[in-house]
Design a protein around this ligand. Structure first.
Ligand SMILES: Nc1nc2c(ncn2[C@@H]2O[C@H](COP(=O)(O)OP(=O)(O)OP(=O)(O)O)[C@@H](O)[C@H]2O)c(=O)[nH]1
Length: 297
């Protein structure tokens, strides 16, 4: 007998659990009254998750962001590099109004996300601080300190995961051009500002299923599952073009930077090493051809 659940929409509407659905671009598509109340969201308002978090930060409402030492943008880059990457995850979080919520995020194959938040304030608080410290330590071990995005260790785990599960797609290495000269001309702080700017700009363009992180000084890795190499090239070139008008060094408003990109498709029999080495060669070729371009190999 087919299952019919005529009361499901009204039950979801009425429950005190916060329920929301985000699409593959991370825009809110549905939120029940409990979610809207917890996040201080007006009816008929459908912001992206980034807009929602930024508003909450500016108005001290909704999610209580404690682990950012006052640097919201860095927290956002870090949160974005983990958000929606796993089919399922659960974590504890607190709200500005003092409530604690157990959040689960379920992501389907198309990148749509179901958010369910259950209030746990009255449950035993014992060990909450310890669990929170553990989460912060785990995040730190996966995060690049300067830029806040995923670090080499995390990216290598994700690449291993792609290879061992035979996930099709592409791998790209992005390397900022003439970075040594940037350091020489504007100092280490100027170079750092470029790295942070680059990580944020690219991090905001990453699709739900993709991974992006810093794997070396001025070297970044982009993992793109389920995409043909031509489409990966177009996507990364679009990102590359958005960087052309970035001016990350305040004292030098005329300063611009570019990036060279090496892209390769995953092939049968590839190992993480063979993939990285091919992407590296493609990036080297992009440099050799004059930089500020992408090369597929
Ligand atoms: N500011 C800053 N510089 C870094 C960091 N990590 C590495 N570097 C510097 O990045 C520079 C990388 O220079 P190279 O590998 O010679 O490459 P490049 O100058 O970018 O030249 P091409 O890649 O050929 O365009 C070195 O001078 C490193 O010291 C960092 O975290 N911050």
């Amino acid at each position: 007998m087919p299952l019919t659940l005529p009361n499901l929409p009204s039950l979801i509407h009425e429950t005190r659990n916060a329920i929301a659905i985000f699409d593959e671009t991370d825009r809110l598509h549905y939120a029940n009254p409990a979610f809207r109340a917890a996040l201080h969201l007006a009816e008929e308002d459908y912001p992206t998750w980034v807009e929602l978090m930024r508003r909450g930060w500016q108005t001290s409402t909704g999610t209580h962001i404690t682990s950012c030492n006052g640097d919201f943008e860095k927290w956002l880059s870090s949160a974005l590099s983990r958000r929606g990457k796993l089919p399922f995850r659960g974590f504890e979080t607190s709200l500005h109004d003092g409530r604690w919520i157990w959040v689960t995020e379920t992501v389907d194959a198309h990148g749509w996300m179901l958010y369910i938040g259950v209030e746990i304030t009255s449950l035993a608080t014992e060990g909450r601080e310890l669990r929170s410290d553990r989460d912060v330590a785990l995040r730190a071990s996966q995060t690049d300190e300067l830029t806040g995005i995923a670090n080499r260790r995390y990216m290598m785990q994700r690449l291993d995961n792609m290879v061992s599960n035979r996930i099709q797609g592409c791998v790209a290495i992005l390397d900022i051009d003439h970075f040594k000269s940037i350091n020489d001309a504007y100092g280490h702080a100027g170079g750092d500002a470029v790295l942070v700017d680059f990580a944020r700009k690219v991090g905001h363009s990453v699709r739900r299923g993709d991974d992006f992180g810093r794997i070396g000084g001025e070297e970044f890795l982009f993992l793109l599952p389920d995409i043909e190499v031509d489409n990966a090239g177009q996507l990364l070139d679009r990102i590359r073009h958005t960087l052309l008008d970035a001016c990350p060094i305040l004292q030098a408003p005329e300063f611009r930077y570019t990036v060279s990109i090496g892209i390769t498709a995953i092939q049968a029999g590839d190992s993480t090493q063979s993939l990285l080495s091919r992407a590296d060669k493609a990036c080297y070729e992009a440099k050799r051809q004059g930089r500020n371009r992408s090369v597929c190999m």
